[in-house]
Structure formats: C-alpha cells, structure tokens
Design a binder for this molecule. Structure first.
Ligand SMILES: *Cc1c(COP(=O)(O)O)cnc(C)c1O
Length: 386
C-alpha cells in the first residue's frame, strides 16, 4: 500500500485522470439509473444506482479518505445521514445527544423516541455530572456536535470516546461545522462521522446532501446495506457537484475562517454586542481545547446584541453583504436568527435550557473581502436605535 496522501492532495486529486474510456481529467458523471449485465447471470461492477453508482462512490471514497475512515456512504441529506447512523442502535437503545444540537437533529431524535425506536437522553455534554449519569444508563450511541450550533461550545472528543469505550457505546461526531479540513474525529477515536455535505463540503449552497463515514470496515458495509434498503442514497448529479466543491474545500475554509476571525474581533469590541461566541477568541471557554482538537477555529460564529427583538429586526433588515437565510458553509456570507429560524421548532423552553436567547444571531462567514463584510455589519448596527 502506498502512503496515504495528504488531505489537501486527496481533496484536489482523488479520481483525477482515472477515466478508462477517454482519459478525461475530470472524472465523468454517470447519471444512468441502471447498468447493462455483460452476460446472463453475470452482473458488471454496477447494476442499479440506488445500490451503487460510480459518481457517488468517488465522492464517498474522497470524503472517507479526508476523514481517515474505512469508507463512507453518501446520502440525500444531512438528516438522512443522522437517521442512518441511528439505525445502528438496537431497537430501544439509548442515544445520548447534546441538549443544544442542531434543530433538525433535535426533532429527528425526538420523533424517533416517540415512535419507540430509541431511548433519548439530551445532555449538556459540558456538564460532567449529567454526562456521567447518562453514561451509567448504558447508551448504545453518543452523538457529539463540536463546535455546537449555534453557541459554538467545544466538546472534547477524545474524553467522550474514552467514557464511551468503558460502557461499550459507539461515538458519532457531526463534523458539519468544521469539515475534515479542520477536524478529523476518527483520529480521536470516533466510530462514525456524519456530515451535512450541504454545508462546507459542497460549499456553494446548490446541493442538499449528507454522508456517514465509519472507522471500521464492517460498519461501512452495514451502512451501505441499510442506505440501499431504505433508498436514501445520494443522486449522481448531486455527488458530481459536491465533489466539484470538495476540490476547493481547503482554500475556501482557510479564507472563510480568516474572515471569521476578523469579524469576531470586530464584534468583540462593539458596544452594541453583549457576547461573542467564537472558539478563536481567547475568552471563549473552548479556546484551549479547540486549539488542540481543531486545525483552525472555523468560519461559524454567533453573537448577542445588547438590545432585544426590535434591535434584531432593525439589524437584520439593514445589514449588507450578509443574506438573511438558513444554512451555512457556502462561499457567500449568511446571517440567521436561531430563535425564529433554525431553532424555532425546538420551542422556547428547550431554547432557554440550551442558552439560545432571542438576541442571538449566527453568522456563516464567506469568502468576500473582509472590509466589505465589516462594513455590512456596520450598516446593521447603524440601524439600531439607541
Ligand atoms: C444542516 C445541518 C444538518 C442537517 O443537514 P441537511 O443537509 O440540512 O439535512 C445536520 N447537522 C448540522 C450541524 C447541520 O448544520
């Protein structure tokens, strides 16, 4: 086996110039839903696209290599990725998840609990006593989101893996907020990594997709079987576009996080800002851990205005360059108001417990010029009546 290539090279070059038909440099896209049998009772390498497809397989192989896993399955959304991983828990098995997880994940877990598929413990992973109490209940799976959405809390993957091993649980890390360019959870012992590839991995806000990467080969095989059974595999065209996005992953993330760092510093000194949540600020409680666990601080941050919902309304209506929209990780900058957008379904009480106030705004910082981004924020602040 040759040495594994550096992830920068994998992102750019995996599958390049491997086309056996015409030696095309960019791998071709195979849209066909079905593949001809070479002979009676003899299938070729592919038979039906729900089961396997060359364009999707190349994306899965690339993402698996970037995460350092044994393999991956590419599915039609980030939610499908999380649901597929839940299928690895036995019926009625306990799943521990962060109390401040992504809103859609919160809804999925709650619904799966209501149907009796899983038991659920929503826990503040930063509270050792609460975590120990949940661990004592013998969980099957532990889900981590780090940094968390939207408050950017950083969770120690290695420490949770050690506790999970002791009780025979498997650890799943949702790596959507950083991408493998900045964090590789399998290196810290995670069993599964899930992605909404909709976000940084595709990076251009034009595909909805997901992926599950497994550290062990037998888990990859079980996942591949399950996604075929339930039919949630990703479309070939989406896989092609997503791989096109992956080519520039490192360059995008590098520039986006440089912009985010500058914005965090700007907001941190602003009189109309009560708090800034960005792991790259030395005042952030997760700063030291992020420095060892992550290869960078990422391009996501959130902050609280000093004013209430009137200030929020004025700010988001006057802000420039940033677009008021859900989602994240694209080349363009977005702003979201979690309480009325991404986390609205969570309900006011769950938001209060998770620490998501009505004055909180989340930024996904893009690749625009830093000065224009800051000027865009200044336009928002100027509209807040003092
Ligand atoms: C967006 C997101 C998801 C869900 O992904 P979809 O592609 O929208 O289904 C899951 N986890 C996190 C952290 C996300 O940001």
């Amino acid at each position: 086996m040759p040495n594994p290539r550096d992830p920068h090279t994998v992102a750019v070059a995996n599958g390049i110039a491997t086309d056996p038909a015409f030696r095309s440099v960019t791998p071709p896209i195979y849209l066909s839903s079905t593949f001809a049998f070479p002979a009676y009772e003899k299938a070729g390498p592919y038979d039906y696209t729900r089961t396997a497809n060359p364009s999707r397989d190349l994306l899965a192989d690339t993402i698996a290599k970037l995460e350092g896993g044994a393999g991956a399955v590419v599915v039609c959304s980030g939610m499908a990725a999380i649901d597929v991983v839940l299928s690895r828990a036995p019926r009625g098995g306990l799943v521990i998840a962060p109390h401040d997880c992504y809103g859609g994940t919160h809804r999925l877990l709650g619904t799966r609990q209501q149907c009796g598929q899983i038991e659920l413990a929503l826990v503040d992973l930063g509270d050792p006593a609460a975590l120990a109490a949940a661990m004592a209940r013998r969980p099957a799976l532990i889900l981590i989101e780090t940094p968390s959405n939207p408050l950017m809390r950083v969770t120690d993957i290695k420490a949770i893996v050690a506790q999970a091993r002791a009780v025979g649980a498997k650890v799943v890390v949702d790596n959507t907020f950083l991408s493998p360019a900045l964090q590789r959870p399998i290196a810290f012992g995670a069993d599964y990594v899930v992605h909404s590839t909709t976000k940084f991995i595709n990076g251009h806000s034009d595909v909805v997709g997901g992926a599950v990467i497994a550290a062990a080969k037998e888990d990859v095989e079980a996942l591949a079987e399950w996604v075929n059974i339930v039919g949630v595999t990703g479309a070939p065209f989406d896989s092609y576009l997503t791989l096109r996005g992956v080519r520039t992953l490192f360059a995008r993330v590098e520039r986006q996080q440089a912009n985010a760092g500058a914005i965090a510093a700007f907001l941190d000194n602003h009189p109309l800002v009560r708090a800034v949540y960005y792991p790259g600020l030395p005042s952030h409680p997760g700063y030291a851990l992020a420095k060892v666990q992550q290869a960078g601080f990422g391009a996501m941050l959130s902050f609280e205005l000093t004013g209430g919902t009137d200030a929020v309304r004025s700010f988001v209506e006057a802000i420039e360059v940033f677009t008021l929209a859900e989602s994240l990780g694209g080349v363009e900058s977005l702003i979201a108001h979690p309480a009325t957008m991404t986390h609205v379904k969570m309900g006011a009480e769950a938001r209060r417990i998770a620490g998501i106030s009505d004055s909180l705004l989340r930024l996904s910082v893009g690749m625009e010029a830093e000065a224009d981004l800051i000027a865009g924020l200044e336009a928002g602040f100027a509209a807040i009546k003092g």
